[in-house]
Ligand binder design. Structure first.
Ligand code: HPA
Ligand code: MG
Length: 222
């Protein structure tokens, strides 16, 4: 799949209202609307899994989950990849998994700081074909930094799958992953493991947070 052929959610896109879907009661007051319902996320991941499967073919793959935000996308993508492995008698992709934790955000603004928490098993990626699985690419800085770090450990190849890529106001898309679920407008989204100060990971749909939600869950300096 050529980078660039993304599903674009336009700036004018009319998101779904909350009252047409189920959201947890504890978040009802905190969300503007639903940008990508859970079912649509699943359908898109099914296709990403097929694209990945077809381009990897019989080579072993190490899928690296970027915690915490990537965990739902990671498990759903892996489920769909392993289903393809079961379904295709003649080709299969042996998969190993790894987890890395990065931290770069406080409230809804990039602090400019990226911390790598964990990742001590990185030496094992030498000579492997790596698939980095991320929830969202926003400024692109985190991914660029991570790719530099991975390159130091001499993997055979590195590809990036990101469920979302943000079209930043005045900048557009800053980093184009090899596999992308949806290109979204410049709005702060939560749900499907994407958080705002650790809240909203327990929400299935990808939603736009409202001002009340930002205020309610704002990180206060301690
Ligand atoms: N939502 C959650 N986490 C994020 C976002 C976002 O829009 N952008 C970068 N990290
Ligand atoms: Mg992330």
């Amino acid at each position: 799949m050529a980078p660039g052929s993304y599903i674009k959610i336009a700036d004018e896109y009319k998101s779904f209202t909350l009252d047409h879907f189920c959201v947890p009661k504890h978040y009802e007051e905190d969300l503007e609307d639903i940008m990508i319902p859970w079912g649509l996320i699943q359908d898109r991941i099914e296709r990403l899994a097929r694209d990945i499967f077809q381009s990897v073919k019989d080579q072993p793959l190490t899928a690296v989950c970027i915690l915490k935000g990537g965990y739902r996308f990671f498990t759903d993508l892996l489920d769909k990849l392993t289903a393809l492995n079961r379904a295709h008698g003649h080709v299969s992709v042996p998969i190993t998994i790894d987890f890395i934790r990065l931290k770069s955000y406080e409230n809804d603004a990039s602090s400019g700081e990226i911390r790598i928490v964990g990742g001590d098993s990185l030496s094992s990626i030498a000579g492997r074909n790596i698939l980095v699985v991320e929830d969202i690419i926003d400024t692109g800085r985190t991914m660029i930094k991570l790719l530099e770090l991975l390159a130091e450990h001499k993997p055979a190849s590195v590809k990036v799958a990101s469920l979302l890529v943000k079209r930043r106001a005045g900048q557009g898309v800053t980093f184009r992953p090899d596999y992308c679920g949806f290109e979204i407008p410049d709005k702060f989204v939560v749900g499907y493991a994407l958080d705002y100060n650790e809240y909203f990971r327990d929400l299935n749909h990808i939603c736009v947070i409202n001002n009340a939600g930002k205020e309610k869950y704002r990180q206060t300096a301690t």
